[in-house]
Design a protein around this ligand. Structure first.
Ligand SMILES: C[S@@+](CC[C@H](N)C(=O)[O-])C[C@H]1O[C@@H](n2cnc3c(N)ncnc32)[C@H](O)[C@@H]1O
Length: 279
């Protein structure tokens, strides 16, 4: 009798565009084997956690341009003990006076990487809808969410994340840097900020720099470059005319997703997204 491996997706941050809900639909789309895995827009890492457990790649690299997110991954990979202590402190103080404490921490400039990671997780657990948004000066500016009783410390989740990160390279890189390391047969999954749907107010500005036409074209050119190199590539994006045209030379499959971040609660229905593949 074959032994079934239990897969957990310990997403430790809520992130716009998180892929947990899409994993079932992705399963038949992944390649049969993954020896070396790259995920250049890692966000909350749902796909990485799935691939790491299912395919056990002998090499893996994740990256993102969000410096605080990457620092947090690196701290969790090294050791969670001190991080858990810091989070316990945040939790205790937050529950005494949620509003004051939230805005105090939001305005602080953390001094070292451990503080950065603890503040990042704390704000993600307590801000409005797990949103990450910064102002023109690069300062986090999301208002507080309505989670006054929420647990800040989830030690089991962090332990699991730390275990899965062992042996993985974690870099604060622009996606194109992956081209220096990726070789023939390597598998790369791209989940960029989505191109806005016509007439919809989509959420594309994760950081100061929006990811619009020029960036989407730069990514498509990179997808073509890796294709010529012999890499296997899979990419998610919105089901928009612009994206369908950009990737018209590749295989395109539609999947169904629930919209997560939308100010208007009545607009959270199922929508289609596309998965582009070169294999
Ligand atoms: C749609 S999110 C990724 C969602 C993620 N796959 C998940 O499951 O949560 C897009 C990510 O791309 C990152 N990003 C934006 N521009 C980038 C760039 N030029 N290179 C690498 N990452 C970038 C953002 O910081 C954000 O985390």
């Amino acid at each position: 009798m074959s032994k079934e491996v239990k897969i957990t997706l310990p997403t430790f941050v809520k992130w716009a565009g998180g892929k947990t809900q899409l994993i079932e639909q992705f399963k038949p789309l992944f390649p049969k084997q993954i020896n070396r895995y790259f995920e250049p827009f890692v966000g909350s890492g749902a796909v990485f956690f799935y691939v790491k457990q299912t395919y056990k790649p002998k090499y893996s690299l994740i990256c993102d341009t969000n410096k605080e997110l990457i620092t947090t991954y690196q701290i969790i990979q090294k050791d969670i003990k001190d991080l858990v202590e810091k989070l316990k402190y945040h939790e205790k103080e937050y529950h005494k006076n949620p509003k004051d404490y939230y805005y105090k921490i939001r305005d602080e400039e953390p001094e070292d990487d451990l503080e950065v990671a603890a503040r990042f997780i704390f704000l993600n657990r307590t801000c409005w809808n797990g949103l990450y948004r910064v102002n023109s000066k690069g300062k986090f500016n999301v208002p507080m969410g309505d989670y006054k009783q929420r647990a800040i410390v989830r030690e089991d989740v962090l332990k699991e994340v730390s275990k899965l990160l062992q042996g993985t390279k974690i870099e604060c890189w622009d996606f194109e840097k992956v081209g220096k390391v990726a070789k023939k047969w390597d598998f790369i999954y791209f989940d960029p900020p989505y191109y806005p749907l016509p007439g919809k107010n989509s959420f594309t500005t994760y950081q100061k720099n929006a990811f619009l036409d020029d960036e989407q074209e730069r990514l498509r050119d990179f997808f073509e470059y890796l294709t010529k190199k012999g890499c296997k590539c899979m990419l998610s994006n919105s089901d928009s005319p612009f994206i369908l045209d950009l990737y018209k030379d590749f295989k395109i499959k539609k999947v169904f997703a629930r919209r997560i971040i939308n100010c208007d609660a009545t607009k959270r229905g199922a929508i289609t997204e596309v998965v582009v593949r070169n294999y």
